[in-house]
Design a protein around this ligand. Sequence first.
Ligand SMILES: Nc1ncnc2c1ncn2[C@@H]1O[C@H](COP(=O)(O)OP(=O)(O)OP(=O)(O)O)[C@@H](O)[C@H]1O
Length: 248
Amino acid sequence: MKTLLDVQNLGKRFEGTQVLNDINIKVTEGEFIAIMGQSGSGKSTLLYNISGMDRPTSGMVLFGGKIISKLDDKKMSEIRLKQMGFIFQHSHLLKNLSIRDNIVFPGFKAGRYPRDKINQMADALMEKTGISNVADHDIKKVSGGQLQRAGICRSLINQPKILFADEPTGALNSSTTKDVMNIINKVNTEGTTVIIVTHDAKVAARADRVVFLMDGTIHDQLKLGKYGGENELSREKRLSGWLEKQGF
Ligand SMILES: Nc1ncnc2c1ncn2[C@@H]1O[C@H](COP(=O)(O)OP(=O)(O)OP(=O)(O)O)[C@@H](O)[C@H]1O
């Protein structure tokens, strides 16, 4: 399989504090990676630095074989808009716009397809994630789970190669977490590479590989293989045993 994201000797320093140190990781096309670690270990910082939301202070990041960590803001924003999707704990949808308008917005901005086609793609995404019934609702009038699904639809409207998610289920209850993770696993099965930061072992158990960060370095990695074949409980057990060894 081809390497999509290649992180080489990445370091990040904030005002005299070295937060990430010598991070090396290769992510292959179609892979699903979960990043775990104690609070403050540098998980979100790593996600921001490998996705071009922030710049590393040392090392480099290659995306599709091209160095992206040294691109100017304009070029980086274009790559983020057209080739990457982002989901956060809170979906940050635009107020005073409907769910549908929020979802099509980055599609219109990227301008890769005519507006009719983008509207059709938004309809298909809402159908797939079960929010067609609230498509025209104001974002203040839907549930947290529906908002998060809308955030997922928005992140997918430009058919990104990779989806970055920072605690996407952090504000959801366990049943909605399961629904959202089912969607993310499906998107991954259909070919989108996924990198997710999570505190939740049940969420991380959905990934092919779990990376454990400690004090800003990769402490260990666990290969779980593709989700779906193995019994869910035994997979979670394998992960929790490994996490215990990491002191988590
Ligand atoms: N913009 C910033 N300026 C200065 N320090 C920062 C900045 N962003 C993060 N840090 C520091 O970097 C360290 C790692 O933060 P980060 O948010 O990446 O950790 P995390 O593992 O995601 O934590 P959590 O699980 O609590 O979200 C922390 O000590 C944090 O205070």
